[in-house]
Every structure is written in C-alpha cells, then in structure tokens.
Design a protein around this ligand. Structure first.
Ligand SMILES: [Zn+2]
Length: 587
C-alpha cells in the first residue's frame, strides 16, 4: 500500500499549473477568467470543459466530470493517484517518496493487525460452547472442521459493542478503528458493524485479512450478506475472494471456475476443485476481469441455477467478452447453487458440467424459450445481443459470437454482420452507448437548490460574502451529505480558500464531481442583492425543517392522546410551531 505524505501532495498540487497540464492533452482557449476545451470524458462537440486557473479545478458542464489536476491525470491517463502525484512531482522537481516512513507503515500494519485481531475473536467465539449450534449448522452444510479453520470462519456477537469494547482495550488509534470498516460511527458512538453473522475473512493475495463478509444467522434480517465497506485495505472492485489460495491451481489447470458466493468457493475448493474464485461483496467488475486475465483466459461461469443467477451470468459474460475473455457457462441444475450441487453430487458433477459447458450465446438462447417467440421478438432478441457486442474490441470474439447466433437461430451470418455494422455506426454517431455517459448530478428540488446556492456562496472567493452566509447559516439546514461535508470544510476558512485541495478531501469520484461543480459555479451577479438571496434560501430550508418538526410533533401528540398520557408540554410545542409557521405564512 503505497502512500505519499500529505505535505508532499500539497506541495505538488500547489506547484502544478492546471492549465499547463490539461493543455498537454487538449486545446484550451481563454474565455473570460477561465479556459475552455473539448471534454475528453464524453463525446463532446462544443467545448464543455471549463478550467479555472484561479481555483485550479476543472469541470465539464455536459457530462459532469470534474476535479483537480490529480483527478484529471488519474482519469485521463488511467493511472493511480500515487502515479499522478509522482508524475507531476517529476515535472515540477519535487521529490515524491512513497512512505516507507515508520509512522505510515505503522498505520497500515495496525490496520492489518486489527483485522487479524477481529478474526481471532470471531473464530474463538465460533469454537466456544455458545456457538455449538452454528458449528453443527456448518457441518450439516458439509464443511469439514479443517475447512472451517483453513478459511478462518468465525461468528460475530449478537451485541452492538462486543468487538469495539475488546478493541478499545488494545492499543489501536481512533483513526485505525474508525477507518477499518469493522465499525459504524453514529452520533451515539461507535458500534460493531457485524452482529450475529457467520464471518468470512477476505484475504489479499499475500493472505492477509483485509475485510470481512458476514452471512446473517437471523431469519428476519433483510440483508443476508453484509460486507466491509471499501477501505484503505479493501477495494471491492479489485479483490477476488480466495485468490491467495487458488491462483497456483488456476495457473496449473489453465482455467478457473468463477462462482458467486463465499460458500460456493469453499465447497468447490474443499471438494478438490481448487481453481476457483469469487467476486466478493459486489458483482463482477471490469477490474476483476483484468485480474483474472493475468492468470487465465479460460473462465467457467458457474453461477446459481435460478433467474437471478441467469441474469448475473449474462451480465458477467458480456463483461468478460469486453475484457477479451470468451467465457463458457456451466449450466447449474435449476434451483441449485454450486454449493448444493457439489455437496450432493460431488466434484465429478462439476467437472462434467465443465466438459459440457456452453457458450454465453447458447446459454442466453436456452434461457429464453426461443421457439415460443414471435419473429419480431426474435429479431429484438438478436438486436439486443448485437447492441451488447457492437463495441467489443476483439474481432475474433465478435465473429465467433456472430457465428454462434447464426447457427442457433438460423440467420444468415452475412445478414448478422450487416446488422452489426449498422449498430456500430449508430453507436459511433451517438458517441457512446447512452448508458456510458453518466448524467451530471443536478440538485433539482427547491430544497437542494437552496442548499447548493448557500454552499456556493460559502465557497466565494470574496471573504465578505462568506461572512454574510456564515452569520446566517446553521449547519443543520444543509441535509445533502456531500454539501454538508463541503460546508463544514468551508465554514472555518477565513483566509483564501485552496479550492483544489478541497477536492482531495472527497474520496469518491461522484462526490468530487459534485464538489467541483459547486466550487466552479459562478456566483450570482454583483448587482443582485446577495443578502436577499441568502435570506430566501435560508427561509426555504428553515420552513422545511419547521414543517417536518410540526408534522412529527402532531403525530406524536395523537399517539400520546390515544394512550391517554400527559400531553401538556407537547401541546405547547405544537402551538409554538404553529405560530412560527403562521408568521412565515406557511400554513
Ligand atoms: Zn464531459
């Protein structure tokens, strides 16, 4: 885990000139205070990308892409944040060292350590007397004690504070505890994230625990599985469950079984099919596919034998196609998971399934009752497939799919090719497929608009304007989480705002785009009465708060009255709210 000291990041960001950097990739022209250019992140025809040399940020008014100089490089060149900082550091003569420094190393080793500690607690509880029923449940599901130990399964307590209390008695910093993903932080304190769940530790490739998946034991719990959130150790879209144990076998067998769940993985592995992997905590991603490709190009999709599994198979299949892998589908018997299948019929059944595995197209065709479809429906079905494969880069894969459709549906291959070409042309003129360009985030409701105007004014480069807002605003009026966080960052800034560094305080891409949007937006004109605008926004937000309070107080009142309880105080509160709302003309 490479990390750069925050001071160095600041130095590089400060040294970089965003207009110079972006100009290396795009033609920028000056327009007013800003520069504009053709946006590289969507199929832009008019210049929609604005770059502010003053604020050191950029923003696209069409697709919503936005950020600072680091985000531009990570997204344009598809490099990591660390590499972006290094690259700019080299350009501006700043030495960027990855922290081998003790403090940082200590932080990460403590994070790993905490996961190891938690796994031991979970494991110990599983093998204690109080969890005998869970052990017998796992044994009934066919897991051997050795397997349970090998995968280090455990169980979390039914309480809310069991793990946190134990952890507090150890030597972990608040930062490590809060960023581990093992706990949830609320206004009332820090609580265990996982309760009464069978715990599956998730390992990185060197076999260290970096996260957990938890399967509930409570029948009424709606979330059957709960996973650690993304943390500094765990990036869901990168991690394949079990790869530290299976990669050797995958290389040797030159093939891999891709399954959906932890239990599927463990059962196959236990049955001797060791070349297996599962995506953990999320559906398969492009990055998973790139990982798989490092090991093998032969992928057997072995998902659940139900409708959800069928849909997931098709989705994963096309993702593999796009990544340059031609998957084969192992048809799992209806109503079964690979987990049940291998337990009931043994590894041979899976191996036979692999021998008679079918192409994705065949699978897709067999999942529909093609004979029952009208010719219009058949044609639509073919169009859907062509739509999905039109932008696959690998022509060998594309052609093999066409051949497959042609054989199965008895459509002339040439005709298919023509239709594919038309689809490709359509997608080119449309730029990309519609779903690839993400819509910019808009704060469209009145309440959201009022919040975003106030935060924009709080981000004004004129300290006097900021002061006017600061005097009138209460942070509770801002309810949109991103805007609230931004407001909290801006409120204490009395001097110049470092816009570009604010962007780096938001980890998620979507959030950074929203923030770039808010920071970039021009303020209302000087001749507008700013005070009036601020007052209006605050009135809008306050009235919403008041109305909500009024509603819930009245609801409570009715409840108490029904129970025949004392209501004097509440009545006074309701009356008071009524007066206030009346004064504001909101009744
Ligand atoms: Zn754009």
């Amino acid at each position: 885990m490479a990390r750069i000291a925050p001071e160095v990041i600041d130095r590089v960001r400060d040294a970089a000139n965003i207009v110079d950097i972006i100009s290396q990739y795009l033609d920028l022209r000056k327009r007013g205070q800003n520069f504009v250019g053709i946006c590289p992140f969507h199929n832009d025809t008019h210049p929609s990308l604005y770059v502010s040399p003053v604020k050191e940020i950029y923003k696209c008014f069409a697709c919503g892409a936005g950020g600072n100089v680091f985000t531009f490089l990570t997204e344009y060149d598809k490099i990591s944040f660390v590499d972006a900082v290094k690259q700019l550091g080299a350009k501006y003569g700043i030495e960027v060292k990855l922290s081998g420094e003790s403090e940082d190393k200590d932080y990460y080793s403590k994070l790993y350590d905490l996961h190891e500690y938690a796994a031991n607690i979970f494991q110990k509880r599983l093998f204690s007397d109080e969890s005998k029923n869970v052990i017998s449940y796992l044994t009934e599901r066919g897991l051997l004690t050795d397997t349970i130990k090998k995968f280090r399964l455990g169980i979390s307590s039914t309480g809310w504070e069991d793990l946190i209390n134990k952890v507090k008695s150890q030597n972990y910093s608040k930062d490590v505890i809060e960023k581990s993903g093992l706990f949830t932080k609320t206004e009332k304190g820090i609580f265990d994230r996982f309760r009464n769940r069978i715990m599956f530790p998730i390992f990185n490739q060197s076999g260290k625990i970096i996260a957990f998946g938890g399967r509930t034991l409570d029948k009424d719990e709606p979330a059957k599985y709960l996973n650690s959130p993304d943390t500094q150790l765990y990036h869901k879209s990168d991690v394949l469950y079990g790869l530290h144990l299976s990669r050797q076998a995958i290389r040797e067998k030159e093939a891999v079984f891709l399954v959906e769940g932890y239990m599927d993985f463990i059962q196959l592995y236990q049955a001797g099919i060791e070349n297996v992997i599962a995506a953990s905590g999320t559906a398969l991603t492009e990055r998973h596919v790139q990982q798989i490709k490092k090991f093998t190009n032969r992928v057997f999709l072995t998902y659940d034998g139900d409708q959800a599994g069928t849909n997931a198979t098709i989705r994963a299949g096309y993702l593999l196609y796009h990544g340059g892998v031609e998957p084969l589908v192992v048809v799992v018997p209806k109503g079964m998971d690979p987990d049940d299948w291998v337990r009931e019929k043994g590894a041979e059944a899976i191996m036979q399934g692999a021998e008679s595995a079918i192409s994705l197209i065949d699978f897709q065709i067999s999942s529909k009752n093609i004979k029952d479809l009208s010719s219009a429906e058949r044609s639509q079905f073919v169009d859907d497939i062509l739509f999905a494969i039109a932008d696959i880069g690998d022509s060998i894969i594309r052609n093999s799919i066409l051949k497959n459709i042609s054989q199965r549906l008895q459509i002339d291959e040439n005709e298919l090719l023509q239709r594919l070409k038309r689809e490709q042309a359509r997608q080119r003129t449309r730029g990309q497929k519609d779903d690839i360009v993400e819509q910019p985030i808009e704060f469209s409701s009145l309440i959201q608009k009022a919040q975003s105007i106030l935060v924009k004014l709080l981000a004004s480069d004129d300290p006097q304007i900021r002061q006017v807002v600061r005097d009138k605003i209460e942070i509770d009026l801002i309810s949109e989480p991103v805007l609230k966080k931004l407001a909290e960052i801006l409120l204490p800034i009395y001097n110049d705002i470092n816009y570009s560094s604010i962007i780096d305080q938001f980890e998620n891409k979507k959030e950074r785009e929203i923030v770039a949007n808010v920071l970039m937006e021009e303020l209302p004109h000087e001749d507008d009465d700013l005070v009036a605008i601020i007052n209006e926004c605050i009135l809008t937000l306050k009235s919403r708060l008041l109305k909500e309070q009024y509603k819930s107080a009245r609801f409570k009142l009715r409840e108490l009255e029904l129970k025949g309880e004392e209501t004097t105080e509440l009545r006074m509160e309701v009356a008071q709210l009524h007066i206030e709302l009346d004064k504001m003309g909101l009744l």
